[in-house]
Design a protein around this ligand. Structure first.
Ligand code: NDP
Length: 493
């Protein structure tokens, strides 16, 4: 174990929070040595003949070998999805489709402990988050969309909703199974078939989901999973057999996908990055706001597109709030993702850790004041201590770029107008938070903030019935709710 130096001005003395270890059982999940591609209802070896190893970011230990899909493999997956679409899935009675979705939801619930452990092992997130957030929400997405499958005519009266066909879906590494659910559940509910590409660093729960599909006796080819790196994603987007593309990830790759699809007339949804403002007014319940700020940025190590990474605090309470926040940071437990007491787990990959380090160094070079609580980080694996920057210039990189790590930048404001101006001063527009006791102020702010989601006196709340998506460089299209269904349907004829 190595000590991370306590940096920044002194905060109140650390509290004693000694907990006994509370490890979740590792042996509830047993990975195969090797996972092929899930095509046409079978795990098959890749035509590419290539494999890669997926590792645990908490200790860099290998977990399993996974196939690297080539263009030829992607072709086979798209062909399998097309065959399944035409051979019955698209014309299946909607109430029958719903039954499969209900089954999948139930199996996710039944296997939730196993899947939660797998998610934490492969991605590094704390078990209490994968257990209490990712898995319940993934199941909820399937339940919710199962309910819609036979009610699409009511959701869109007089518009004759029809499926689009084969959807190519690319997901990131921050919520692997949950993002799969966000993509697969609405697509299937609307009668489409899918080819899904999970992220290179977190393929395992998607491959276990293949087993869930088999358990649910989902017809072969309705869901296909092609693993690999970015080149597999690019092959998928290039494939001419697709009728729809849905992507969640970085703005840069989102733009590349948009360029690739230009002129092909394929519906596209993009859910990209964010740099959300979490805005705290002086009349709010301060301790509650501190919890919301912590949840907003340290949840899932800050690997959250809608993370509240910019704290805008009213000047009159800034000192008091920052004092409380620093004190709260000292109680966050960083370490083993499988320990039920852990609040902040491992950074997802070495590359992401380097990116966080680079941006934090730029913040220090720009003259912002850094605070990290005293904190012991494991020697192996990828770790970063919870960090707060104060005295941040609006133009600095830590105030404008997505860090995607446990790093908060604090800015201040005096008036609601100034708060709105600063909050909207970003190329992104995914989410925002407002903390105040006045309902009228919440409404006033919400109508001015250019963000797809505005949380009031809470943060990072998700519900399958609530549409989620961005403005500007955060992307377009919505996922969840009735709006989300629209992205997987054509109308009329
Ligand atoms: P990417 O956008 O590269 O990854 C998202 C998905 O796209 C992954 O499955 C990835 O595959 C795939 N992909 C990569 N390149 C291509 C391509 N040319 N065509 C099609 N698909 C592709 O994100 P990164 O993992 O590189 O993360 C970089 C930054 O992006 C982060 O630091 C963060 O700021 C942001 N990000 C935002 C997310 C969000 O939810 N909005 C989620 C993840 C990252 P593979 O993983 O195999 O390379």
């Amino acid at each position: 174990m190595s000590d991370i130096e306590h940096r920044g001005p002194a905060a109140p003395a650390p509290l004693e929070w000694e907990y006994a270890p509370a490890p979740e059982a590792r042996d509830i999940v047993s990975f195969r040595e090797r996972y092929g591609l899930y095509i046409g209802g079978e795990l098959v070896d890749p035509r590419s003949g290539e494999w890669f190893t997926t590792t645990s970011p908490a200790d860099e230990s290998p977990l399993a070998e996974v196939a690297q899909a080539s263009g030829e493999d992607v072709d086979l997956a798209v062909a399998a999805a097309r065959a399944a679409y035409e051979d019955g899935w698209s014309s299946l009675r909607p109430a029958e489709r719903a039954k499969y979705l209900f089954r999948i939801a139930r199996i996710l619930q039944e296997r939730s402990r196993e899947l939660a452990v797998a998610e934490s092992l492969d991605g590094g997130k704390p078990i209490k988050e994968s257990r209490d957030v990712d898995l319940p929400l993934a199941a909820a997405h399937f339940f919710y969309h199962a309910g819609w499958a036979d009610k699409l005519e009511y959701a869109f009266p007089n518009r004759t909703p029809r499926p689009l066909g084969v959807a190519g879906q690319i997901i990131p590494w921050n919520f692997p199974l949950l993002m799969l659910a966000w993509k697969v559940a609405p697509a299937l509910a609307c009668g489409n078939t899918v080819v899904l590409k999970p992220a290179e660093t977190t393929p395992l729960t998607a491959l276990m989901f293949a087993d869930v599909c088999r358990q649910a006796e989902l017809p072969a080819g309705v869901v296909n999973i092609v693993t690999g790196d970015g080149s597999t994603g690019a092959e998928l987007v290039r494939n001419e057999g697709l009728d729809k593309v849905a992507f969640t990830g970085s703005t840069e790759v989102g733009k590349a996908i948009q360029r690739e699809l230009a002129g092909r007339g394929i519906p596209l949804t993009l859910e990209l990055g964010g740099k959300a403002a979490n805005i705290v007014f002086d009349d709010c319940a301060l301790d509650q706001a501190v919890e919301g700020i912590v949840n907003g940025i340290y949840f899932n190590q800050g690997h959250v597109c809608c993370a509240g990474s910019r704290l805008l605090v009213q000047e009159s309470i800034a000192e008091q709030l920052i004092g409380k926040l620093k004190r709260r940071l000292q109680t966050l437990r960083v370490g083993d993702p499988l320990d039920k007491n852990t609040d902040v787990g491992a950074i997802n990959s070495r590359a992401q850790l380097e990116k966080i380090r680079e941006l934090v160094a730029s913040g220090e070079a720009d003259g912002a004041e850094i605070y990290q609580p005293p904190c012991v980080l494991p020697e192996r694996g990828y770790w970063f201590a919870p960090t707060v920057f104060t005295n941040v210039a609006q133009s600095s990189r830590i105030a404008t770029e997505e860090i995607f790590g446990p790093v908060l930048s604090v800015l201040t404001f005096r008036t609601p107008d100034e708060a709105v101006e600063k909050a909207n001063n970003t190329p992104y527009g995914l989410s925002a938070g407002v903390w105040t006791e006045k309902g009228s102020r919440i409404l006033w702010m919400a109508s001015r903030l250019r963000a797809g989601v505005v949380w009031a006196n809470t943060f990072n709340r998700f519900d399958p019935a609530s549409p989620f998506g961005g403005y500007k460089e955060s992307g377009f299209g919505r996922e969840g709710g009735r709006h989300g269904l629209e992205a997987y349907l054509r109308f009329g004829g």
